[in-house]
Design a protein around this ligand. Structure first.
Ligand SMILES: *Cc1c(COP(=O)(O)O)cnc(C)c1O
Length: 440
């Protein structure tokens, strides 16, 4: 280990933070689970709220000094309810994983069964089995059954799911929870088509909107609460452009269970600065969310089509590739998702490798899966539109298919990126999207 003084370590951290900002200022950020917040959200999250505790429900806290925190939290809950047309919102979950745990804890017991999408079918590790260290199995002791998935249409197979649930019932493994939503999420899940069926077995339906919350808020994906979901969980920082955090929605019937599972069950501090940031983001989404969601979906479709035209095997072709912010590409013709991710990063194009249907059967693993996943939320928030999608598809082709030197593409990427340095779809954007704030 290199010896350094305390002050040197201290300074080093700031220089790394600055370099990170510079990297993103010069990159094409295509991680589908990421986004940028507005300067307003950044202001909220550096406030003194971040130094306080406000355990309990607003108005009934267990500490003093919470009067302004309470006002903001009531506002935050009201904005969340308005944005998602929900009867009840608990804004205290500190992440999407915690939000899912709230639902598991409130509406099931260890040993119960949950039916959820498998990971290659788009599921998230927080829906996963104990043997994979998935949260549902490892932390709450749920046993997981997977939905039958149709790789051609890239969604849950309705008829086969019905058959499977009937069979599970026969062997005494009827699910307690049906989990919809996922991380590779191109097309809406069949909540409407399955809700009555699942409810006839008294199965609690949760919809995990972590990825698509911003699209739902904009009215442009599906509307799980109207389609039959009992509760909705989400992260607040993916397509929804809030700070990192979680949110749980439900009706009056679920209020008590959700509240108790959230506190004291799963939070003590609920990261109050982020709660304030969520409130700001909800207000922005109410005002600008529809235009933003419309542009995201247009961008994703053009991006997918351009990649397909460039020669890539884009998933979901029979359905027009995507109805969300994501595009999934099978890259096995060129190498694998892991290798492609590394090559693209050399050109400052930031993507992630992705397990796709068929990978596990073929013996591929998470390090070298068959696909990459691309998301257009952040570049849309930077103001990019359809023409820019075509340009980015071309850079990706040049690196992956044409095997051009990534360093040459890097120069083009940096130049291209110069024009997109502000956050769009927000009330105030004086501060640049990746501008580093020095307070010392
Ligand atoms: C990202 C994600 C989560 C986890 O959210 P965090 O906020 O990172 O804890 C949960 N579910 C799905 C489907 C996700 O994609």
């Amino acid at each position: 280990m290199v010896k350094s003084t305390n002050k040197e370590s201290y300074n080093k951290i700031f220089s790394k933070l600055k370099e990170h900002h510079k990297l993103f200022e010069n990159s094409i950020p295509l991680i589908a689970s990421e986004n940028i917040t507005s300067p307003a959200v950044r202001e909220a999250i550096i406030s003194d709220f971040g130094n306080r505790y406000a355990e309990g429900w607003p108005g009934e806290r267990v500490y003093a000094g919470c009067r302004y925190i309470d006002d903001v939290e009531f506002e935050c809950m009201n904005l969340a309810k308005k944005l998602f047309k929900a009867k009840f919102a608990d804004v205290r979950s500190i992440s999407g994983v915690v939000a899912n745990l709230v639902v598991y804890s409130a509406f099931s017991n260890p040993g119960d069964i949950m039916i959820a999408p498998s990971i290659p079918a788009g599921g998230h590790i927080s829906h996963g089995k104990k043997e994979h260290s998935g949260t549902a199995g490892l932390v709450h002791g749920l046993e997981i059954e997977f939905y039958p998935f149709d790789a051609e249409s890239m969604t849950i197979d309705v008829d086969k799911t019905k058959q499977k649930v009937e069979e599970l019932k026969k062997i005494g493994r009827l699910p307690k929870i049906a989990m919809f939503g996922g991380s590779l999420f191109l097309f809406p899940h069949p909540v409407k088509e399955l809700a009555d069926f699942l409810k006839s077995f008294d199965i609690h339906i949760n919809y995990d909107a972590a990825h698509v919350a911003g699209l739902i808020a904009g009215g442009k994906f599906q509307d799980p609460l109207r389609e039959g979901a009992d509760t909705v969980t989400m992260s607040t920082h993916k397509t929804l452009f809030g700070p990192q955090g979680g949110l749980v929605l439900g009706s009056e019937k679920h209020e008590d269970g959700i509240k108790k599972a959230t506190f004291p069950g799963l939070t003590s501090s609920h990261h109050i600065h982020h709660m304030a940031g969520k409130a700001i983001a909800f207000a922005e989404a109410l005002e600008f969310g529809k235009d933003y969601a419309i542009q995201i979906i247009k961008n994703a479709k053009v991006f997918a089509q351009s990649l397909n035209d460039a020669g890539f095997k884009v998933l979901g072709e029979s359905r027009g590739f995507t109805e969300s912010h994501q595009v999934a590409v099978n890259v096995l013709e060129y190498s694998d998702g892991g290798k492609v991710e590394v090559d693209l990063e050399k050109a400052n194009i930031i993507v992630n490798r992705q397990l796709i249907p068929g990978d596990i059967k073929a013996g591929r693993n998470y390090f070298h899966p068959g696909g990459i996943r691309l998301g257009v939320s952040e570049i849309t928030r930077l103001g990019m539109k359809q023409d820019e999608m075509k340009e980015i598809a071309l850079y990706i082709k040049q690196v992956v298919i044409d095997k051009k030197d990534p360093k040459k593409i890097l120069l083009k990427v940096k130049k291209f990126r110069e024009n997109y340095q502000k956050v769009h779809y927000c009330f105030d954007n004086k501060l640049g999207a990746y501008e580093y704030i020095k307070l010392r």
